[in-house]
Design a binder for this molecule. Structure first.
Ligand code: IPE
Ligand code: IPE
Ligand code: MG
Length: 243
């Protein structure tokens, strides 16, 4: 049986996350500016969203800009901040055609007015779509996400809206950016780095992890199928015992 057929005949992750890393190294490898690596990376994100939609992934979360990426040179940050608009302009037609819904996870207080407005507009415009949910993690960091959740819960406790014993896993999850999304099945990181870099720390508790040395702009349909094939062979025990 072909790889494609085998993968499509088995369980497809409801929620897949990708740390799309290696744009800079891809550019260097091709003697291009880093910004061109990001451009290529954005195009690949569009391709991957369409593939995931087609094969039945429900939610694709992608790490597009971390709370630590502000530490990069100003010119690179400036370019990365232009990508949401460019992405919207180039791919809105394809996304509409394929009924893809877009949401954003992360802080919203450090962007330009224009970007804040754009993010809300994209979410509003796509909110009733029934295809893939593309969750773009932009100015996202797990530590911030968890701290924000703890603060919101603390206010509720202080105001007597909840009791101490109401604070449990499900209450925490209701205060995370991923509220309402299915549990994370699989995390893929491209570019050979073997770390999490402050991504989805809470959500990863029982996710499967897959690392590949492919750089993000090189991660194509075949590479995704290889990752899913590998995932489908895992034995997820959740601390229990299973054949
Ligand atoms: C990932 O590619 C994209 C972002 C972090 C915005 P990188 O820019 O980190 O690429 P490398 O790791 O330098 O190759
Ligand atoms: C993680 O990649 C963040 C994103 C992909 C957006 P980085 O390239 O920023 O991670 P480190 O610095 O190698 O850990
Ligand atoms: Mg990187």
């Amino acid at each position: 049986m072909s790889l494609e057929k085998r993968v499509l005949s088995k369980y497809i992750p409801a929620h897949l996350a990708i740390i799309l890393d290696g744009n800079g190294r891809w550019a260097k490898k091709h003697n291009l500016l880093r910004t061109l690596g990001h451009k290529k990376g954005a195009e690949n994100l569009k391709n991957m969203a369409l593939i995931c939609n087609e094969i039945g992934v429900k939610v694709l979360s992608v790490y597009a800009f971390s709370t630590e990426n502000w530490n990069r040179p100003a010119s690179e940050v400036e370019y990365l901040m232009k990508l949401p608009r460019e992405f919207e302009e180039n791919y809105k037609g394809k996304f509409k055609e394929n009924d893809i819904k877009v949401i954003f996870s992360g802080r919203r207080d450090r962007f330009s007015e224009e970007n804040i407005d754009l993010l809300y507009r994209i979410e509003e415009k796509t909110k009733d779509r029934k295809g893939l949910i593309l969750n773009v993690c932009f100015d996202y960091g797990s530590h911030t996400e968890i701290i924000e959740a703890v603060k919101q819960i603390s206010v509720k406790y202080k105001n007597d809206d909840i009791k101490l014993d109401d604070i449990d896993t499900s209450l925490m999850e209701e205060h995370l950016y991923t509220k309402g999304l299915p549990p994370l099945d699989l995390l893929i990181r491209t570019s050979g780095e073997l770390r999490i870099s402050n991504y989805l720390l809470w959500q990863l508790a029982y996710s499967e992890l897959y690392f590949t040395s492919k750089l993000w702009p090189e991660f194509n349909r075949k590479e995704l199928l290889k990752a899913l094939d590998n995932f489908q062979k895992r034995n997820r025990r959740y601390g229990g015992i299973k054949e």
